[in-house]
Ligand binder design. Structure first.
Ligand code: F6R
Length: 608
């Protein structure tokens, strides 16, 4: 999705802005642009990668110590130079960059054109530049405030004006914006990862807030009544190295390999083994309310939704709660009957996913207790839920989610044991699960040592046109996740199915062009999955089994076997998913795909 970066200080703005844009590249974009105040407002834009913008800037260097920059992901109007941000007003004095969607842009545009404004793009954003121009009476902040009074929709904007150097005005409704605080310099970004290179002191804007940043300071006020807002500065605990590739060819591979560490971080300080109980500080204040709940509705999207599906089995196994797991994009449109005893648990890596946020807001409006399981500290979902738990997985830059998923599942296991221990789960059982959970990072380290094996497997299956992933119970969401990874980064058709569904339709599809990936860990359900595998094999497809180390049953049917260390059935997703992530990665690399930034996708889906 689009990215915003702004700088005001004593340095030359252009290199700082370009570096900021590079940090935002992972969000996905198709054009980029930059504006600085360099003896007047100067704008340079280009279609394509940031490298193309840099080439333009070599021909037309921009100086000045105040500037804004943007990566655009086309929504209104094609990815052309004219549609790239920043957009300017008729006189070329005001520059605006914008994330979000102005819903009433068509009506506003007609009005503005009738009053003589000349538009140069097809974007919704350009109306903002002209509205601010019309509202300007000597003070940019007031002009932005008045202009925003006319628009409907979502925005995170950064605005500057010739004649007011050293000043950037920011405003937010529905689209994230963070201020970075430096010494004699300030930054603005749509994502905190872009700021950590410069500062760890940050401040998140809330919806309906306007801010001004200058070299020597900043201020935040409420849109509408202008009331000043005094908010505590937050310190980000990420290292610069967390947002570098650290020697790996892709962020995705780095993030896959980080999982032993990120799971350790997720568990650190959160397990009281003697009492067989997790300690989740973020939930303590609402624990009494949680104990009164009888039902949990889990809402999320994509990979986070699959973590929710794993949680359904975990919660049902350990607690007395009834559980529903719903795609946030559907949940928000249901006629919800959220009774007193319902809590809503929103799972989101970014904490900014529009549908998940909308679901949280709807559930809150109906009076439900809302919990968040979020990675991005200070993100909107983290702030708008009543209580929650952070993943502490560090920034996830690869568009395909990997380490966030395993951290989500690890913490959902903690939640299930915690809620269970307040109910029917025994001390012995609690201890047994937690002890084994603490062993997972070590088991993952062992598993990751076999990376070459998975690379060779991907080589053997590189020509496969269709993949069918199957699994039962805990392995079912992993089948869905494995198929999603193939689709999104290798661009190969893949489907995930509950193994028991084969006879209800999908079996008809199977021919030698299909490869089946069967998840069949040792356990009660293994036999049933083995017979599904037999049925598939008989239809001529190739087959890879993901099975428990030393278990020969799957090997007798499948063409290839990926072994994962033995663990408790309820923890098997944490191990099974990793070879599937690696397999998708290796397949995508062999196909020459843009692994970290797959086509048509964005890291943070802040629009519906
Ligand atoms: C898949 C993927 C997406 C996200 C989904 C939700 O690899 O990354 O499916 O999981 O867009 O995003 P968050 O977790 O940020 O709400």
């Amino acid at each position: 999705m689009c990215g915003i970066f702004g700088y005001v200080g004593l340095r030359s703005a252009t290199p700082v802005l370009l570096e900021g844009l590079r940090q935002l590249e992972y969000r996905g974009y198709d054009s980029a642009g930059i504006a600085t105040l360099d003896g007047g407002l100067q704008v340079v834009r280009s279609v394509g990668k940031i490298a193309a913008l840099e080439r333009r800037l070599r021909d037309r260097p921009l100086d000045g110590s105040c500037g804004i920059a943007h990566t655009r992901w086309a929504t209104h109007g094609a990815p052309t130079e004219a549609n790239a941000h920043p957009h300017t007003d008729c006189r070329g004095e005001i520059a605006v960059i914008h994330n979000g969607i102005i819903e009433n842009h068509a009506a506003l545009r007609r009005e503005l054109e009738a009053r003589g404004h000349r538009f140069r793009s097809e974007t919704d954003t350009e109306v903002l530049a002209h509205l601010i121009e019309e509202s300007y009476e000597g003070d940019l902040e007031q002009a932005v405030e008045r202009a925003l009074g006319r628009v409907r929709g979502a925005f995170g904007i950064a605005v500057m004006r010739d004649g007011e150097p050293g000043r950037i005005v920011l405003a937010r409704r529905g689209s994230p914006l963070v201020i970075g605080i430096g010494v004699n310099e300030h930054f603005a970004a749509s994502d905190v990862t872009a700021l950590v290179r410069h500062t760890r002191q940050v401040l998140h804007l809330e919806d309906d807030e306007i801010a001004v940043i200058e070299p020597g300071g900043f201020r935040i006020a409420r849109l509408g009544d202008g009331a000043e807002i005094d908010r505590e500065v937050e310190t980000v605990d990420w290292e610069v190295g967390d947002v570098d590739r650290g020697g790996y060819p892709h962020y995705m591979l780095k993030e896959i390999c980080e999982q032993p560490e990120t799971i350790r971080n997720a568990l650190r300080g959160r397990i009281v083994l003697d009492e067989g109980i997790p300690k989740l500080g973020g939930l303590e204040a609402v624990m009494d309310e949680i104990r009164r709940c009888r039902h949990v509705a889990i809402v999320s999207c994509g990979t986070s939704y699959y973590a929710g599906l794993v949680a359904r089995y975990l919660f049902e196994e350990f607690t007395d709660l009834t559980v529903e797991v719903e795609l946030a994009s559907e949940f928000r449109y249901r006629r919800l009957n959220l009774t007193d005893g319902t809590m809503v648990l929103a799972i989101s890596q970014s904490g900014e996913t529009a549908d998940t946020l909308a679901a949280v807001r709807e559930a809150k409006r109906k009076g439900a207790l809302c919990l968040g399981l979020v990675n991005a500290v200070g993100s909107t979902i983290a702030r708008e839920t009543h209580a929650g738990v952070y993943l502490h997985a560090g920034p996830e830059i690869g568009v395909a989610s990997t380490k966030a998923f395993t951290s989500q599942v690890a913490i959902l296991t903690l939640m299930a044991v915690l809620f269970g221990r307040h109910g029917r789960l025994s001390l012995h059982e609690g201890r047994r699960v937690l002890t084994e959970l603490m062993r997972i990072p070590e088991l993952l380290e062992r598993l990751l040592e076999r990376r070459d094996e998975i690379a060779a497997l991907a080589q053997r299956y590189a020509d496969c046109e269709h993949f069918l992933y199957i699994g039962r119970k805990f392995s079912y969401p992993i089948a869905l996740e494995g198929a999603l990874k193939i689709k999104e980064i290798a661009y190969v058709h893949a489907e995930g199915y509950a193994a028991g569904e084969m006879k209800h339709g999908p079996l008809a599809l199977i021919d030698p062009s299909y490869t089946c990936v069967a998840l069949c860990p040792a356990g009660d359900l293994q036999e049933k999955t083995l017979s599904n595998m037999q049925e598939l094999k008989a239809r001529g497809g190739r087959m890879i089994a993901v099975a428990t180390e030393g278990d020969g049953a799957a090997a007798a049917i499948a063409d290839d076997v990926v072994e994962v260390p033995a663990t408790l059935e309820c923890l098997s997703p944490l191990l099974e998913v990793v070879p599937l992530q690696l397999f998708a990665y290796e397949l995508a690399v062999r196909k020459g795909r843009d692994v970290d930034k797959p086509r048509n996708l964005a890291k943070s889906v802040t629009v519906e």
